[in-house]
Design a binder for this molecule. Structure first.
Ligand SMILES: Cc1cc2nc3c(=O)[nH]c(=O)nc-3n(C[C@H](O)[C@H](O)[C@H](O)COP(=O)(O)OP(=O)(O)OC[C@H]3O[C@@H](n4cnc5c(N)ncnc54)[C@H](O)[C@@H]3O)c2cc1C
Length: 436
């Protein structure tokens, strides 16, 4: 007879420390099988088979496997459509309960609802915990119990709740309960090739952040030529760091950095309550903007050949590394939507393919912010000037020269459009949509 077990299902929480669902599962009393599944529904949508993010996930699994091997346990790694994998697992094991951590994206909510219904039909409990955020869904609401749609009051309430609930004292240890993992010889982790991808030997940012970076964040964060931000995004995205650890450090070291972590939760909350933003503008009227959507200009923007050096440097940094500095993300996004009048969804899609730290809610929220179509967005008549932005934030051309070595030579293209003309054209087109 098979003995009863618990399964813990890893998704955006690829770590063996401070993990809410895993810690809780390990205290249940039955042996816990740590499971990861390469979701073929997600992987099939990734058109670039050299996608570095799949390599990042695999590296994180290998690291966890090393630790689990020391604890005489093993990951169980599967590949397929989630429901099919679960059908197989229900056949293979006598599962008492499945634990996991909440995932808030529309696809994940639908996937989890399907898996939960299936498991429950077999008498198996499906328990999902809050882990990747401090506050989720309806935790932070207005006085009239509505979701916030403006960041500043949301942030104020968020901080108030953090203190009132003593949230910083929350911790979910894993190591002290390691005896409760199932005892098993190390099982193989599929190679990238087996999952349909090609290794790229990419270098990923470290998950360690020096105190100094956080302490000086408010002074340095706007200058793309300085290593002044944490570069922690990809780790936050896949949960190889704990958000509680980051918030604790932010709380002690730098309020501006804390605010950035709150922006992340704000956009997650917005996507959860207003899922239409995935397809449409948060503000309906903005769907009436008559985009020009010139494909040739879009290609030049993607390739970093617009003739505006800060825009081009940003796009080339993105293409080569999977990262782009936040200030430059704002400038490139504004340039695409306002100077070129290309639909923000085109830019959002391009970033989604390229960014290592890609996150649906943050990407969508920030694109809609830059395009002026979002909930708490830059007003449409505020059009970033890519030249003055460069003069202000990269005055000695450190960043530009790094990514656009031919800048200031005859090989560098002329500006794709004249700034003053483009600015006025954007304001005219936007105001026609907004004012009707
Ligand atoms: C057009 C556009 C698209 C973007 N797409 C994404 C995306 O897909 N994924 C993503 O995580 N961020 C996105 N951002 C936000 C921001 O640019 C990145 O989070 C940041 O540049 C990552 O660098 P870092 O890790 O050094 O962050 P730091 O500046 O050190 O900040 C620490 C962490 O806070 C969070 N954070 C910071 N700023 C924001 C913000 N504005 N919105 C939400 N979270 C934030 C991130 O998790 C980040 O890693 C986007 C911004 C713009 C303007």
């Amino acid at each position: 007879m098979k003995s009863k077990i618990i399964i813990f299902w890893f998704r955006r929480d690829l770590r063996l420390f401070d993990n809410a669902g895993l810690s809780t599962a390990l205290q249940h009393g039955l042996p816990v099988i740590p499971l990861f599944l390469f979701d073929s529904d997600i992987l099939e949508k990734l058109t670039d088979k050299r996608d570095k993010r799949v390599g990042f996930i695999r590296e994180a699994l290998v690291k966890m496997q090393e630790q689990l091997t020391e604890w005489r346990s093993s990951l169980l790694v599967k590949h397929g459509k989630p429901l099919n994998v679960w059908k197989q697992l229900v056949n293979d094991f006598d599962i008492s309960a499945v634990y996991t951590n909440n995932d808030y994206e529309p696809y994940a909510l639908q996937r989890d609802a399907g898996v939960q219904a299936f498991l429950e039909s077999h008498g198996i409990a499906f328990l999902s915990l809050r882990d990747q955020v401090i506050f989720e869904k309806d935790d932070v609401r207005t006085a009239s119990e509505q979701p916030y749609t403006v960041f500043t009051p949301y942030k104020k309430k968020w901080k108030q709740k953090l203190i009132e609930n003593n949230t910083l004292s929350l911790a979910y240890p894993v190591a002290p309960h390691n005896k409760n993992f199932w005892q098993h010889e190390p099982l193989p982790i599929p190679s990238l090739k087996e999952t349909g991808f090609t290794p790229t030997h990419a270098d990923f940012p470290s998950r360690e952040i020096r105190d100094e970076i956080i302490q000086k964040y408010h002074l340095q964060r706007d200058f793309p030529g300085i290593a002044g931000t944490s570069r922690i995004g990809v780790h936050v995205r896949f949960g190889t760091v704990s958000i509680r650890d980051l918030v604790k450090r932010a709380f002690q070291l730098n309020e501006t950095w804390l605010d950035e972590l709150i922006w992340r939760e704000f956009f997650m909350m917005i996507l959860y309550h207003f899922p239409h933003v995935q397809q449409r503008s948060f503000r309906e009227k903005y769907d009436l903007i008559e985009w020009r959507n010139n494909e040739n200009e879009y290609e030049r923007w993607c390739a970093g050949e617009t003739g505006y050096p800060l825009v081009d440097a940003g796009m080339r940094e993105l293409n080569q590394t999977g990262f782009m500095h936040n200030r430059v993300r704002m400038v490139t996004a504004s340039f695409l939507t306002k100077h070129l009048l290309i639909d923000w969804r085109w830019g959002e899609r391009y970033f989604a393919e390229k960014l290592l730290d890609y996150d649906l809610s943050a990407n969508n929220g920030n694109w809609q912010w830059a395009a002026g179509t979002g909930c708490d967005a830059a007003p449409y008549f505020r059009v970033f000037n890519p030249v003055t932005q460069q003069e202000k934030f990269d005055s000695d051309f450190i960043y530009v020269k790094k990514w656009v070595p031919e800048y200031a030579t005859t090989a560098y293209p002329e500006p794709i459009v004249e700034h003053k003309f483009a600015r006025q054209r954007a304001i005219d087109v936007y105001s026609r949509a907004v004012k009707g």
